[in-house]
Design a protein around this ligand. Structure first.
Ligand code: GLU
Length: 477
């Protein structure tokens, strides 16, 4: 195979979408797996919505995911001279023509087609304007759009994911490649750039399949090599609707948001790669590093059906990669997410260890860890739980019974605390919850937490006893 060359062509008009990241990832895997080159091209022709900040966010996202590129950044907004040259070439060859139809003309045409139950599209009215007609319109001060003259022929290509695809030219209306204000449009700029940058493989989302015939026509009109195409299945929500701005949790479906929620890039990459791709029959492997993915990725493993973006599955991958970290690494990664002061580093390490068994993403660390630090003030209602047969009086009794038992423990650790508390439950003839519910409330101020003895172990002897005494005082007031 000749040199593989792919492109990263995002539009810097918003934060990096998860679907964009997935497309870039697949481009990266394919290129790196075949010693290919990657060109970054900012498709910023939408001048109003494109910003430098969004472009920077794309670079940051690429870096965060562990991806990179070899050439660029190129910006479409800085390439008008190049487009002009190719435009002239098409003009000279008669592949495009000026169209002077006004929006009103087009609307009238559409209305007529509607009445005749014909599909609405440009009729080709200005196709055969004579040079004299054109001169006349121009001297009237009218500025044309430029349309591509779609030939009446079958356009065929073999998509690396979807196989043979064909479309008849007569079903494609002559489309606009340049606006009357001179601006070049997407179908034209994307093809000129892919031709200029000698792109061998165009790998993009399935939503671009319907553009591909138009692109092939332009490549052919320019007389340049037509690249190979691979269209990736769309990302879907769980209800199989197209995933757009938000995911099933209602949060923005962006890389920024995954980063802010505390997902690890390794997990995101692993998860995204498996959206609509599998490494082939017989393989049960789920966890892949970027390196492994690069070696294994192949279009034969890409599914045609849409790929469901399932947050739970992402959580599963993230939990796996969190557990791969050493305790010290995990503490370091958690720190930026904490919204409270940590006065005791050793306690933080122990608390993180305890929380890590349940943590799916780092953003959860706050809710799992906050009650280990600073003062807590459990509300009185927390000491009432009819289901557990616990009320305020019973809570007082539970804490009063527990205090002397806990005070006499010398080797303060989880197992020792557990043994003593369970012995007390047995002696009192209570249910476990009747003793443990009030203790949990006193120690954490929460309804849910890890086991009481594990919590007490992390808090340490003094802090645990003090929290129980404080709760007792409040209950007795
Ligand atoms: N800028 C286009 C997009 O973000 C790229 C389309 C293409 O890959 O051709 O959808």
């Amino acid at each position: 195979m000749d040199q593989i060359r792919v492109r990263f062509p995002p539009s810097p008009t918003g934060p990096m979408h998860i679907g964009t990241a997935r497309t870039l990832l697949v481009n990266f895997l394919f290129a790196r797996g075949h010693s290919g080159k990657i060109v970054f091209r900012s498709e910023d022709t939408d001048r109003e919505r494109s910003t430098k900040e969004f472009e920077q966010e794309l670079f940051d996202g690429i870096k965060w995911l562990g991806l990179d590129f070899d050439e660029g950044p190129f910006r479409q907004s800085e390439r008008d001279e190049i487009y002009e040259k190719y435009f002239e070439q098409l003009k000279t060859a008669g592949k495009i023509y000026p169209c002077f139809c006004t929006p009103e003309d087009l609307e009238a045409e559409r209305k007529l087609q509607n009445e005749q139950k014909l599909p609405p599209r440009y009729s080709g009215k200005c196709r055969e304007l004579s040079p004299t007609d054109v001169k006349k319109m121009e001297s009237d001060g009218r500025k044309p759009v430029w349309r591509f003259r779609v030939p009446d022929e079958e356009i065929k290509f073999t998509d690396l994911v979807r196989g043979e695809i064909s479309e008849r030219g007569e079903n494609i209306a002559d489309f606009v490649i340049r606006k009357s204000d001179g601006q070049f449009l997407y179908h034209f700029t994307v093809v000129v750039d892919d031709a200029e940058m000698q792109i061998s493989h165009v790998i993009r989302g399935e939503d671009h399949i319907s553009n591909t015939s138009k692109h092939i026509l332009i490549f052919e009109a320019l007389g340049t090599l037509v690249p190979q195409f691979a269209h990736l299945p769309l990302l879907l929500n769980k209800d199989r609707s197209k995933m757009s701005k938000r995911d099933e949790s209602g949060k923005p479906a962006t890389i920024d948001r995954l980063k802010a929620d505390g997902y690890l890039p390794e997990a995101v990459v692993n998860f995204l790669a498996l959206l609509g791709w599998n490494p082939g029959s017989g393989s049960e492997q789920e966890f892949f590093s970027l390196d492994e993915l690069t070696k294994k990725f192949d279009f034969s493993g890409v599914a045609k059906a849409g790929a469901v973006f399932d947050l739970e599955r992402l959580n599963f991958f993230n939990a796996h990669y969190l557990r791969e970290l050493t305790e010290a690494e995990l503490v370091e990664k958690i720190k930026p997410f904490l919204k409270f002061e940590v006065d005791d580093k050793a306690r933080l390490a122990k608390a993180v260890k305890l929380a890590s068994e349940r943590m799916k993403f780092l953003g959860e660390a706050n809710s799992f860890l906050h009650y280990f630090f600073g003062e807590i003030d459990p509300p009185l209602e927390l000491f009432e739980n009819p289901k557990m047969k616990v009320d305020r009086a019973k809570s007082i009794e539970a804490l009063e019974q527990s205090l002397p038992i806990l005070e006499q423990i010398q080797d303060w650790d989880s197992a020792e605390i557990q043994k003593n508390l369970l012995a007390l439950v047995e002696k009192l003839g209570w249910k476990n919850g009747q003793l443990l519910w009030p203790l949990r409330a006193a120690l954490t101020g929460e309804k849910f937490s890890p086991g009481v003895w594990e919590m007490a172990d992390v808090l340490g002897r003094e802090e645990s006893l003090q929290r129980i005494r404080k709760a007792l005082d409040k209950l007795k007031k």
